[in-house]
Unconditional design. Structure first.
Length: 296
């Protein structure tokens, strides 16, 4: 078998290819990439069906998922200076123009929408090749557009997290602050009602203060609570207090020995253990308090 000697030539000048057909480039599967890649390599990937190049890693080129390359051909008539492309042109920097295969300086034309306008009409019979790259727009996700109700219950599970993949390094200092927490965990509501049913909406507040002494039997109705939420209620007045909530099947348990005595200022603290509709659980405790005295 005869052996053919292959000599590697390094071209130190720009190369201009003529013709109307095509130029082939190396192609193969992802697994067939060069075992020792070098910056500047270019090939067609038959696994992903796209051109790819290597810098510090392999990545898509034209036809990949970051941009689209458009081509338009025109013929000069010596008079016309404005030509219409098939797609709008985002920027002159995204274009390449050739007259009879010779690259044209961007100083020789301007672009606006789908129109490219030359400062001087291309000569009659000139083959004009316009190549322009159009980037794919990246859409910013609007605030609040992703909610619990829009995500499937099993869309994210523990198996999809690698141990240590989420840690404090990913949160910049002060990125979470009191001001950025939801109102339900930070805000206080003053309540003037002193008897009957008082609705405490915990989707808006976590601290409730009844600003006057109770004048009659009172039911505190806790609404819209969330698992893990702590609700603080400040109240005075020698009347009966009943704890209630919107879920008729909920369980409200007293923790500790403290009971509402009505004779002192009382701090009632409620912790939501579970907010499930069929088995909501609230645990509350009561403590009396007095104002601080002046140590002097």
């Amino acid at each position: 078998m005869a052996l053919t000697k292959v000599t590697k030539h390094v071209l130190e000048e720009n190369v201009q290819l003529a013709g109307t057909e095509s130029m082939g480039v190396p192609s193969g599967t992802t697994a067939e990439r060069p075992s020792v890649p070098a910056a500047g390599m270019f090939r067609y990937n038959t696994t992903t069906n796209e051109f790819e190049g290597y810098t510090t890693e392999w990545g898509g080129i034209g036809g990949g998922d970051v941009a689209t390359i458009y081509y338009n051909a025109f013929t000069g008539d010596g008079t016309t200076v404005a030509f219409t492309a098939s797609q709008s042109i985002d920027s002159k920097n995204n274009t390449q123009v050739y007259f009879d295969g010779i690259y044209q300086s961007k100083d020789n034309y301007s672009v606006s929408g789908t129109t490219i306008t030359f400062t001087t009409a291309p000569p009659n019979g000139t083959d004009i090749d316009l190549v322009h790259i159009k980037a794919i727009a990246l859409t910013t996700v609007a605030d609040g557009s992703i909610t619990n109700t829009k995500m499937a219950a099993d869309a994210i599970d523990s198996d999809q997290y690698v141990d240590g993949s989420i840690d404090t390094v990913h949160l910049a200092d002060d990125v979470v602050s009191y001001e950025k927490l939801g109102a339900r965990f930070t805000d206080k509501q003053d309540i003037a009602t002193t008897s009957g049913t008082i609705n405490l909406d915990t989707s808006l507040y976590s601290i409730f203060e009844i600003t006057s002494a109770l004048t009659g039997a009172t039911t505190l109705n806790i609404q819209n609570f969330k698992k893990g939420q702590v609700i603080d209620i400040l109240v005075t007045g020698a009347q009966t207090i009943t704890m209630a909530d919107d879920f008729t099947t909920s369980t409200i348990n007293q923790a500790g020995s403290g009971v509402y005595d009505g004779a002192s200022s009382n701090h009632i603290q409620v912790v939501c253990i579970d907010d499930n509709d069929s088995d909501a659980i609230l645990i509350y405790s009561v403590a009396t308090y007095t104002s601080d005295t002046d140590p002097s």
